[in-house]
Design a protein around this ligand. Structure first.
Ligand SMILES: NC(=O)c1ccc[n+]([C@@H]2O[C@H](COP(=O)([O-])OP(=O)(O)OC[C@H]3O[C@@H](n4cnc5c(N)ncnc54)[C@H](OP(=O)(O)O)[C@@H]3O)[C@@H](O)[C@H]2O)c1
Length: 340
């Protein structure tokens, strides 16, 4: 029995697409400067028979991994990929040719490839007689490719500004205490997120005040398998006795220097973790693409704000962000914001 994965049969490919998106998310943080793509192969009876995601630079792309795991069962099947299959030979061969050789009869993909060198995959597949369809992301599914897509279009790393705040907008009490505003579930999410980024950035103020290690850890303190690059912005010296020194870090004098060097060395997705003065610098320079705010059900009435200086003197001038998602993390809430 052949399944028609056309528009009349959205349920089948939506399940496969969710699976492909989860595979892409599993690869996030390990593939830059390449995109974290996920792919699944569905056989002609509707069963998922192959799964794969992008391997670290120089390794196979997601489609190749999925085709390998599907073997001969890919023939006559459907490939669901989060990014349009590439049609060019880079460090690896074109994925379009591998799909054609494997005898796949249909390809569904989520995002077109914005990279002019790699684009054209959909056309190449159609010319080989394969039915190709571009689809939308299922409601609520986390899209691991968004930062990479923005970075590729900008020619600059995608920047997410992250902070933990009380309900009334403070990141620390008047005496400076800030550990911990959020609960364990939210803090665990921060560490999971760190492992999925190419770099974590802080200002010298936070480096000197908190002596952070900026590592990605499990709840029991063990280091996660993937560690992001640690970056400090500012001119003051960080002590050789600091945890950052032991963990290894890079330091840059300005935001532009940091982002330009990060881009040149392959970083596409970076997380700015504060403090308030660096957050102001990034926002004022228009360098923030997304905000990740962890909101705790705590009121302080007075304290230190998320951003160190005024961004708008009157409400009409204040930038308004778009809510991209809201997630409960224990008693706290993660509010995801994107540029509107
Ligand atoms: N709750 C949270 O989510 C959270 C997160 C992070 C930090 N914090 C707290 O925030 C406090 C530190 O915040 P902070 O505002 O004092 O320090 P900060 O923002 O971490 O660092 C300030 C320093 O960064 C450099 N800098 C800032 N903007 C810059 C720009 N546009 N260009 C170049 N360099 C720039 C400057 O370094 P130089 O002076 O060396 O040139 C500046 O003095 C700590 O107490 C920490 O606990 C809270």
């Amino acid at each position: 029995m052949n399944i028609d994965f056309g528009l009349g049969n959205t349920a089948e490919y939506q399940v496969a697409l969710r699976a492909a998106m989860e595979l892409g998310l599993a690869a996030k943080g390990t593939t830059s400067p390449n995109p974290p793509v996920g792919a699944v192969i569905v056989d002609s009876s509707g069963r998922v028979v192959g799964r794969g995601h992008t391997q670290p630079v120089g390794g196979p792309h997601a489609e190749i991994m999925a085709l390998r795991s599907a073997g001969n069962t890919a023939r006559g099947g459907l490939a669901v990929v989060t990014l349009e299959p590439c049609a060019h030979t880079g460090r690896t061969g074109p994925c379009t040719q591998a799909l054609i050789n494997a005898g796949v009869s249909q390809v569904v993909f989520l995002h077109s490839d914005p990279n002019p060198v790699a684009s054209g995959g959909a056309k190449a597949l159609q010319e080989a007689g394969i039915a190709v369809q571009q689809v939308q992301a299922p409601e609520g599914a986390e899209d691991a490719l968004l930062p990479w897509l923005t970075a590729t279009q900008l020619g600059w790393p995608h920047v997410t500004l992250k902070f933990a705040q009380t309900l009334d907008g403070f990141t620390a009490a008047t005496d400076g205490t800030s550990q911990w505003i959020t609960g364990e579930t939210a803090r665990n999410h921060v560490h999971e997120d760190r492992a999925r980024r190419d770099a974590i950035i802080i200002g010298t103020g936070t480096a000197l005040a908190d002596n952070p290690s900026l590592t990605a850890r499990y709840l029991d303190g063990r280091l996660r398998e993937k560690q992001p690059r640690r970056v400090v912005i500012g001119t003051r010296d960080i002590s050789a006795a600091s945890k950052l020194h032991a963990a290894g870090y890079e330091q840059y004098g300005t935001i532009d220097q940091a982002l330009s060097q990060l881009w040149d060395t392959g970083a596409r997705d970076v997380l700015v973790e504060g403090g308030a003065s660096l957050a102001y610098g990034f926002l004022k320079a228009g360098k923030v693409d997304a905000i990740q705010a962890y909101l705790a059900p705590v009121l302080l009435g007075e304290g230190r704000g998320v951003v160190s200086a005024s961004l708008a003197g009157t409400l009409a001038d204040a930038g308004r962000w778009r809510t991209a998602g809201v997630r409960h993390l224990g008693e706290d809430v993660l509010w995801l914001l994107a540029q509107s």
